[in-house]
Design a protein around this ligand. Structure first.
Ligand SMILES: [Zn+2]
Ligand SMILES: [Zn+2]
Length: 135
């Protein structure tokens, strides 16, 4: 039983590295193709466990499902506004943003996250092709 759990965890972790910021559903799709015996509930439970133990990050971005990231170093993300693809943006350890210590309605600010939006290479290429078609 333990061995089976270890194997399930290994394949789910492999899905995280292969898929690059997948949603839980995408992880399930990857795992299910290779190991149909692994249930959806197991995938969700193991992903939650990875997040709890710091083996993966839960990435919450506006307008998309929670995504999972095996890169647990502090970094930012860029999000394609057309297809939803997410990629890492390397950032300095401390963002060059001065914390607004005043006028924060009494909040003690602990952290901030920055989210970038744009077009991924595929969508950028497609939008260029479209704009080149003479109207
Ligand atoms: Zn895209
Ligand atoms: Zn990331």
């Amino acid at each position: 039983m333990r061995e089976r759990q270890t194997r399930q965890k290994r394949i789910i972790y492999e899905a995280l590295t292969a898929l690059d910021h997948p949603t839980a559903t995408e992880v399930y799709g990857y795992v299910h193709e290779r190991y149909p015996s692994v249930s959806r509930a197991t995938v969700f439970r193991v992903l939650g466990g990875f997040a709890d133990t710091g083996k993966a990050l839960e990435v919450r971005m506006a307008g998309t499902d929670v995504r999972y990231d095996y890169n647990v170093r502090k970094h930012c993300h860029v999000h394609c506004r057309v297809c939803g693809r997410v990629a890492d943006v390397p950032m300095p350890e401390n963002l060059p943003i001065a914390a607004p210590f005043e006028n924060a309605d009494g909040f003690r600010i602990e952290d901030c996250s920055v989210e970038f939006f744009g077009l991924c290479p595929d969508c950028a290429r497609k939008s260029e092709q479209v704009s080149r078609i003479p109207s």
